[in-house]
Design a protein around this ligand. Structure first.
Ligand SMILES: *[C@@H]1O[C@H](CO)[C@@H](O)[C@H](O)[C@H]1NC(C)=O
Ligand SMILES: *[C@@H]1O[C@H](CO)[C@@H](O)[C@H](O)[C@H]1NC(C)=O
Ligand SMILES: *[C@@H]1O[C@H](CO)[C@@H](O)[C@H](O)[C@H]1NC(C)=O
Length: 439
């Protein structure tokens, strides 16, 4: 039977190719034949489901297709559960993700892992060993991604990342288990991470963990990068904090909700893991908004020229002036003359710098610490990161931009088998190397 399968796979067009010997004719072969046909049909169906055209330059394309099909399947099952009224689709999806990412026994002689809470917010603390000759450790507060609604500090993808950081940097990594949509909405996620980080920065807590108060950074990926950027801006404006963060490292961060037609949004409309409409739905969910707005937001109707609230902010996301021609290529800005003013009236948070750190005032940006931004070519969010890098540079901040031509959204957490990607390993190494040199 497996020979039939392989021949069908190799043949590709199973309908057109003749049936292999084991599948045809002869006495008592009828049952075998029909199971071959059934199997071939299933394979074809699966191939149809899995196959999506991908740009040739992306890392490990077949593996990415399988990962994407798995994620899509989980999303569809969750939507069905939601439709049947059994549970909110994001709760169902997160249940699947957490089951999928369950950690098999893991232990490291070099890292001590503790689950605790900082001022009521759950955290997982990874303590690397002290470097010989040093009395204090460096530290990173890490915020996991997942559209403000998914994943956990405890799933193996984030657990392994933070453990690797703790070990390779001889550092203390605080991975925050902030509350997610739909349990809480904007700005509660920011409040959780601010509360946990402020607690950690107390002198007696730093002392307990043997952390050098002058060598603490903040980092996060995707929606976690969004929260890290928001927290960075909040902390430099907070006079009550004695300790300031030494740096911020933002991994393919989400940084703005004003323009869903940047060149990278246009180029990656259907790119795996994070197609555009999925990103726009995460935004709407973050604000407990109405899904009816999604289609209008996709064509930038929420920030059209007749939406007065957006007028002053438009220049801060103007990619025709912020990005070089090599990036903007042939893409045209989508700036409708008339749109739908109801959207930002109902969801004013769309234009809030705490949700869209890219639109913060120059006066705030110039106070930010040294910044690392990792971007991926095959990612709707590439230009969010590129524009932030440009605005920070113009404000006089020291910025390192680390771009991966074969990267896709989310790749940095995919480093171990079976979801190991070459670009996952390279992005992680590059990120940790920058922290090592700058923290
Ligand atoms: C964006 O910048 C370009 C070039 O500086 C300018 O011509 C254009 O009017 C700006 N667009 C908006 C919407 O501000
Ligand atoms: C965007 O706004 C225009 C003008 O109000 C409207 O005609 C169009 O249908 C809207 N597009 C979507 C997708 O909602
Ligand atoms: C993934 O891991 C497997 C098993 O360790 C290895 O054979 C394979 O080459 C790896 N693939 C990539 C892209 O790193």
């Amino acid at each position: 039977r497996s020979r039939c399968l392989w021949q069908k796979l190799a043949g590709g067009l199973w309908v057109a190719s003749p049936l292999p010997p084991g599948c045809t004719g002869g006495p008592s072969r009828g049952r075998m034949r029909s199971s071959c046909v059934l199997l071939a049909a299933l394979v074809a169906l699966a191939a149809y489901y899995v196959y999506i055209p991908l740009p040739g330059a992306v890392s490990d394309p077949w593996k990415l297709m399988l990962l994407d099909a798995t994620f899509r399947g989980a999303q569809q099952v969750s939507n069905l559960i939601h439709y049947l009224g059994l549970s909110h689709h994001l709760i169902a999806l997160n249940f699947i993700i957490i089951a999928f990412g369950k950690k098999s026994a893991w232990s490291s002689a070099h890292v001590q892992v503790t689950d605790t809470d900082f001022d009521g917010v759950e955290v997982r603390v990874f303590e690397g060993s002290l470097k010989p000759g040093e009395s204090l450790k460096r530290s990173v507060v890490y915020i996991h991604g997942g559209g403000w609604a998914l994943a956990s500090a405890k799933i193996r993808y984030y657990d392994e990342l933070c453990a690797a950081m703790a070990e390779e940097l001889n550092a203390v990594i605080v991975s925050i288990e902030y509350r997610l949509v739909p349990q809480v909405y904007f700005p509660e996620q920011i409040h959780d991470i601010a509360r946990a980080t402020k607690y950690f920065l107390r002198p007696e807590v730093l002392q307990k963990y043997k952390v050098d108060p002058g060598r603490i950074g903040i980092s996060g990926d995707s929606a976690g990068g969004n929260l890290a950027a928001a927290l960075g801006q909040q902390f430099i404006q907070d006079a009550s904090l004695q300790n300031k963060l030494k740096l911020q490292a933002l991994i393919y961060p989400v940084l703005q909700a004003l323009d869903f037609n940047t060149p990278s949004y246009q180029q990656n409309v259907n790119t795996p893991i994070l197609p555009r409409y999925v990103m726009v739905k995460y935004w709407v969910d973050y604000f407990k908004g109405n899904y009816d707005f999604v289609q209008a937001m996709i064509v930038n109707n929420h920030t059209s020229l007749d939406v007065k609230e957006a007028a002053a902010l438009r220049a801060r996301v103007n990619w025709t002036s912020l990005l070089p021609a090599a990036i903007t290529k042939h893409y045209k800005p989508v700036v409708p003359a008339t749109g739908d003013a109801r959207i930002v009236q109902e969801i004013p948070e769309l234009l809030d710098a705490r949700s869209s750190p890219l639109i913060a005032d120059q006066e705030v940006l110039r106070l930010l610490p040294k910044t690392y931004i990792l971007t991926c070519e095959h990612d709707v969010l590439r230009d969010d990161g590129l524009m932030y890098a440009k605005r920070l540079e113009s404000a006089g901040v020291d910025v390192t931009l680390d771009h991966f031509e074969d990267g896709f959204h989310g790749c940095m957490i995919f480093t171990s088998w079976p979801t190991n990607f070459s670009v996952g390993i390279r992005t992680r190494n590059s990120f940790i190397r920058w922290l090592d040199q700058n923290l």
